[in-house]
Design a protein around this ligand. Structure first.
Ligand SMILES: [Zn+2]
Length: 406
């Protein structure tokens, strides 16, 4: 048994508000208490165990920093020099570790448009990493499953997805991935106007996999029909989709007018989308309707230079990742920076930015019973961020995976 850990002296970012001088107690991998510091119980017992008095707890002083629920990122390709498409557990370990150093405690490893053979190899590695990431030796975010981005997309809106592997949606291919990942198969980005999409959406909805609209040239009408067919998510809204034009409102217009069940991803790095365009989306969808994602590639957390994404060459300079022709190709964004951008540049209250970075994506991935907020009984996933929204400490399932010891 591990000693309970009490994080005090911080501003607790709860679902509805920020609590100054809050405390959160982590015990046996779960949150045992979250509330005012002066109401922390004198002893806490694990389920079926004996009470441990406060004097025996480990303590961590947050020194006035923000204490966030661990972030959930449903759209991560890579980080720390590794990519999901490497198809190895080692790559996923590096990705999980790099993003944990930026407050992410749970992620969906995201594929790119590729051959079925390579997608299957990636799915096998994700399956193995899902089990390993629950164990003590894993020093990173937990891998909750996979987000299949492409290959069933529209070549007109390929963005940085490799057009050579774009193909009609295939239920047989999806079944193969499902057989490997089971409940770890959580999200699929596809273009609803393309051949085979209707059958694929139907299959995925029946199988309990969330479907996202992305890399799509759908008209407004086609996009709305996609939502009616069961699509509940929009992949990096504004990027790689038919934009909003006053005589052709496109996918962006449909996203704005979509129902409350639809959540819209946004890459809040100041490069992919203007802050005011994010604000417009926020006004249309409300806080419940936005999921922050990084869309990070292998170059995240690495020096500037040449990298690869889906067998395409990417040049990374500053905050920008681009193909040779200038097309944006993922990001080097981390979730702590995205939260900071939403607060400082878009004007979102801190607890609402936390909801966009943790609870909403957890809901999308079907993980909100265990993840996404500092609520008693949920997984002990916590990120401490300083006043500049830089991560200083991270716990995953009560295990310290990042930061200097207190
Ligand atoms: Zn992506």
């Amino acid at each position: 048994m591990h000693r309970p850990i009490c994080i005090t002296g911080g501003k607790l970012v709860l679902e509805e508000s920020v609590l100054e001088d809050g405390a959160v107690v982590l015990m046996e991998g779960r949150i045992a208490y979250a509330g005012p510091a002066d109401l922390v119980p004198p002893a806490i017992a694990p389920p079926g165990g004996e009470a441990v008095p406060f004097s025996e707890w480990e303590r961590y002083d947050a020194q006035g920093a923000w204490v966030f629920p661990g972030f959930v990122d449903v759209h991560i390709h890579g980080g720390g020099g590794a990519d999901t498409m490497d198809g190895t557990v080692e790559a996923l370990r590096r990705i999980a570790s790099l993003h944990a150093a930026h407050g992410t405690t749970c992620l969906l490893a995201t594929t790119t448009t590729e051959s079925q053979e390579r997608i299957v190899a990636a799915a096998r590695a994700v399956r193995e990493a899902m089990a390993l990431s629950k164990e003590d030796g894993w020093h990173g975010a937990s891998i909750a499953g996979m987000h299949l981005e492409g290959p069933y997309i529209n070549p007109k809106r390929a963005g940085a997805q490799n057009p050579a592997y774009i193909r009609p949606a295939s239920v047989a291919e999806l079944e193969e991935v499902m057989a490997i990942l089971e409940e770890g198969f959580r999200l699929v980005t596809l273009a609803p106007e393309m051949e085979g999409a209707k059958e694929a959406i139907e299959f995925l909805r029946r199988a309990g996999v969330a479907v996202s609209m992305g890399h799509t040239d759908a008209t407004f009408e086609q996009a709305m029909a996609g939502f009616d067919a069961g699509i509940t998510h929009v992949t990096h809204t504004y990027n790689a989709m038919r934009p909003l034009h006053h005589r052709d409102p496109g996918v962006v217009g449909a996203a704005f007018l979509s129902g409350p069940e639809v959540r819209c991803e946004v890459i809040a790095d100041g490069v992919h989308v203007h802050a005011k365009a994010i604000e417009a989306l926020w006004r249309a969808k409300g806080t419940d309707g936005i999921c922050l994602v990084t869309d990070a590639i292998a170059a995240a957390g690495m020096p500037e230079g040449e990298y690869e994404l889906g067998r395409l060459q990417v040049t990374v300079k500053g905050r920008e990742c681009r193909l040779a022709d200038g097309t944006l190709a993922g990001s080097v964004l981390t979730m702590d920076q995205a939260v900071g951008f939403m607060v400082r540049e878009v004007g979102v209250p801190v607890h609402e930015a936390a909801q966009m970075a943790a609870l909403n994506p957890a809901r999308e991935a079907g993980l909100d019973a265990r993840k996404g907020s500092l609520r008693v009984g949920k997984d002990a996933d916590v990120a401490v961020l300083d006043a500049d929204f830089r991560t200083v400490a991270t716990w995953v399932g009560g295990r310290r995976v990042f930061g200097d010891p207190a």
